[in-house]
Design a binder for this molecule. Structure first.
Ligand SMILES: Nc1nc2c(ncn2[C@@H]2O[C@H](COP(=O)(O)OP(=O)(O)OP(=O)(O)O)[C@@H](O)[C@H]2O)c(=O)[nH]1
Ligand SMILES: [Zn+2]
Length: 356
């Protein structure tokens, strides 16, 4: 005998649309298409809202209740030793802000790129402090493998120590001779693409803030980077009235104390077509949801060599007849894999395997 079926819950009526512009644990700030921002509380513990979520909410006095989260296009995570937490959704682009100084961690960069790959989000690497010519040249060179992989890398001096610095010095021969892999960025990103931004010559093109603004236009971009790279400086320059916008969130929350430590949404234009999401922290990018056997597919320098492996389930760590291991041996040639990148792969594989 079949069990009696429970009657479906009646649809909630009077739901309003809204965009989550900041999230603070059990409450968040929602921006309706028209009207004032409202503090909302998700209904039920399982409803974990993040910045960028499109939600359906019900007003109740001066606050609101989130009833539903619309389907997400993508979702990014952070992690610490014990926990993984989602923190931003529905992104078009992730701007990874690095700088000539302090020296950036390639490991952290790789993690951010892998997270983007896994969620089909276009990454944009920006190398700031181009006015610090010597350290900038070194950092630009360290990014050569990433340009060769087809990633967009943009030079920038968002707040030069001496305004109007001269042209950048050449940064020597590097992976520019390597053939960039087929374009992996979204077609729209190719608009306004200039020679030298991807793949391109060893000497970076003159750094222009306008180029960056063009790439932000019409998109929702998450910006993240290590401390000291110039993120606050960049946001203050790119976002008209940044302080006012954070102020609005603080006002909605009736407190200023949360707003600097959480992920925050900024509109770049009055029409609300372009947005920048500021996210503090970098090292703790969450990758635990990734299957270690998928990792190679998210690393564009490693991916093409997987087809050459003898075993279909090769981990590329110790198997005979491994195409990836071969490419590491021939790392200086075009299409080779650098020792650094292989180390990043094997470390991450081990980390993901131990989590699984
Ligand atoms: N030389 C030089 N210095 C810069 C440039 N952009 C930013 N800075 C300086 O770098 C330092 C760090 O900049 P911030 O904007 O505070 O960096 P941040 O990434 O927000 O750092 P946290 O606040 O620690 O997260 C400041 O002293 C800036 O003035 C640049 O293009 N060239
Ligand atoms: Zn292999």
């Amino acid at each position: 005998m079949s069990r009696p079926r429970r009657a479906p819950a009646p649809p909630v009526t009077g739901l309003r649309e809204g965009l989550v512009v900041s999230a603070h644990g059990r409450h968040c700030v929602v921006e309706p298409p028209a009207g004032e921002r409202v503090i909302c509380h998700p209904r039920g513990k399982k409803l974990a809202v993040v910045v960028g979520d499109r939600v359906r909410w019900l007003p109740s006095q001066d606050e609101g209740t989130i009833e539903r989260i619309d389907e997400r296009r993508n979702l990014l995570y952070r992690q610490d030793e014990v926990r993984t937490k989602s923190f931003a959704a529905n992104l078009d682009q992730v701007l990874i802000l690095l700088a000539a100084e302090p020296e950036f961690s390639e490991h952290q960069l790789a993690r951010a790129l892998i997270a983007c790959e896994a969620e089909h989000i276009a990454p944009l690497i920006v190398l700031n402090k181009a006015d610090l010519t010597e350290s900038f040249s070194r950092a630009w060179q360290r990014l050569a493998p990433y340009r060769a992989m087809g990633y967009a890398v943009l030079p920038l001096a968002v707040k030069p120590r001496h305004p109007h610095p001269g042209p950048l010095p050449p940064v020597g021969e590097d992976a520019e001779n390597a053939t960039p892999v087929a374009s992996r960025v979204l077609p729209a990103l190719r608009l306004g693409e200039r020679a030298g931004v991807r793949g391109g010559p060893a000497t970076p093109p003159p750094f222009a803030f306008d180029e960056l603004l063009t790439r932000l236009r019409g998109r929702t971009t998450l910006i993240l980077g290590p401390s000291g790279a110039g993120k606050s400086t960049l946001i203050n320059r790119a976002v008209p009235g940044a302080a006012a916008q954070t102020g609005e969130i603080s006002q909605a929350l009736n407190s200023g104390k949360h707003t600097t430590t959480t992920t925050t949404w900024y509109w770049l234009d009055g029409e609300k077509n372009s947005a920048l999401i500021d996210s503090p922290g970098f090292q703790e990018f969450g990758l635990r949801h990734i299957d270690p056997m998928q990792l190679a597919a998210y690393m564009p320098d490693i991916r093409p060599h997987v087809a050459e492996c003898r075993f279909y389930n090769c981990t590329h760590l110790h198997e005979p007849g491994c195409g990836v291991a071969e490419a590491v041996k021939s790392r200086s040639s075009a299409g080779g894999i650098s020792a650094n990148r292989y180390k990043i792969y094997s470390d991450l594989f081990t980390e993901l395997k131990s989590n699984a």
